[in-house]
Structure formats: C-alpha cells, structure tokens
Design a protein. Sequence first.
Length: 370
Amino acid sequence: MSKPSEPRTPYYLIDKQKLLANMRKIDRVREQSGAKALLALKCFATWSVFDLMREHMDGTTSSSLNEVRLGRQRFGGETHAYSVAWADHEIDEAVSHADKIIFNSIAQLERFGGNASGIVRGLRLNPGVSSSTFDLADPARPFSRLGEWDAAKVLPAMDRISGFMIHNNCENEDFGLFDSMLGQIEERFGDLLKRAEWVSLGGGIHFTGADYPVDDFCERLKRFSQRFGVQVYLEPGEASITGTTTLELTVLDTLFNGKHLAVVDSSIEAHMLDLLIYREDAKIKPDTGDNEIMICGKSCLAGDVFGTFRFPAPLKVGDRISVQDAAGYTMVKKNWFNGVAMPAIAIRELDGSIRTVREFAYEDYEKSLS
C-alpha cells in the first residue's frame, strides 16, 4: 500500500536532495571553467523543481516555441530559442520570449533574421563528428539536417550572427572523446570561432557522472574559451537530472509462461518511451537475488517490457517497484497510449517530505484527443 503522503502509483518521484547534488557539480563547472549552464528543456521540463534549479543554472535552451515560452515564464534567466525549422506563425512569438535565437540553417537566418534583429542571433554548426553510436540519435549521421557544415558558406553570414551552437555529444561519458572532438571542431571551424562572441557546446556531456574528470573538463573548456575569446555555454539535460527520479509502480498480476512474469500498472511505451525506442532495459536496484522475473507493462503492446531483473523473493500482487532514472527524455515524452493512467508527479523535498504536485484524470485524457 502507498504511504498517505504519496499519490497512488504509477507516479514519478523527483528527489530534491539528489537533484541538488547534480546542481552543485554544475556550480563547480561554472565556477572553474567560466562556462554558463542552460537547462535543455527537450530533456527535462518539469517546472515544479525549477525553483531549485534556477539557483544553480543560468537559464534554459529550447527546441520549440512551447519550450521557449516555458523557459521564459517558468525558469527565467537567459532564454535561448532554437528550432530545426521555425514556421512563419511562430517566429515573432519565439523572439518575444528569447534573449538569443539560434537558426538551424543559413536559409532560416535569411528568412527570419530580420524578425530577430532586436535580440542576439546565432547559427548551428555541424562538425560532422559525434559521440553517438546509434544512428537515430547521431546529429552527424549521413545527410543530417542538423546545422550547417560548410565553413566557407557560413563566413559571409557572420555580419548577421554573433555566435554558434554545436551539439554533437550524446550520453558521452568519455572525456578523452569529448576532448578529441572539440579539437576537431577547433580545426574545422577555427576561422569562424575567432569571429564569434559566444559558443554553445550543447548537451550530452555526462560531467555529473561519479567518475568524470571534472577538473580536466573545466580546464579544457577554459582553454577553448580563451583561445577564441568566446563565452562558452553548456546545455546539460541528462547531466542535470541523472539519478534524481524514479517511476514508482505496483505489481498487478504474476504469471509463468516459461519465465516468471510480473505485470505492473505502467507501460514503457506510455511512460518510458526511450526504453522502447532504443531497445534498452529499465534500471531497477539492487537487481540481486535468486528470483529472475520479467517486469511487463500493462498495455496491449507485446513488447511492452521493462526488462528482466533479479529479486530476493518472488513478486506478488501489491508489491512496489522503483524504476531508476525516470526523468531525462522520459517525463517529456509520456503519452496516453492505451489510455493507461498517466503517472502523477511527486517531489521528495529537501526535508524528506513528499509533495504531490500533479495528478491526471480522465478529463486530461479526453481533452488530449478532441
């Protein structure tokens, strides 16, 4: 049974103490390197914890008009606006909420640069290298639409922009790889960088990880900044919230069909979509014991499976399970597939108390359709 202070499962539980630990690492990077840190809303946009995050970050960066507006209204600080392609009906509102706007292409800059003449303008560069090993998430994949790659083509546009965004890291835990790729960026785009005032190196750098060489990372950022005379920005998404949030579930049924199965009151397609997209298993701790059990979602999708884990005792109806790392690229992707109940959102405050900040009802499902 759930404790009285908690909502009914399923629900996302954000732990502010764990979030604060990540924020303190971001503080360290900001102080030692001189870089500014912007929350990447495409990864995490649960604004009920922005009160804590804004004390340790400089603002937000976005991928759409809705995210720009959310960043301005709910987070504050610097608000960077980026989109793969702005539409005619979006551009003026996006500019009204933003301090900086980053265009994905020279064509978009030429089309909408005048609309953004009152704010700082930038351009996305694609260095042709990335840390991704998965084609779906690789910004440098063949025929990528993400940014301009020809330095000679960009050079004549420098009178209309003052900086660049370069996002080519993806869950990169390897500082050596980051260092190497940054060196390639310096070599390929050096002439452009010397003319810039600011450069965002994007997100996907796992510098809040337990064993990441933060001092080396800060020194490398500072050296890059000093070499080209630019203000460096980082856009930590996953790095901001990794390890902070669980998806709390309850076992609804158990079966045996050649393997022990447990069905829970959640669904990876509805509540942890990245597991399905990238064919990954969820994380459940401690994942030890003599009982191997496959945890299955309650939707009708045959492959709605969280993974196979080990437990100290057989699971039974009513048992609780906590799925780890359920914040990044998860809460922003939750959906109403099968009409499965949308997880509530709760926060474990710094004093240990649990506060429910949002619950969803049938009316929310109904209104999401028509």
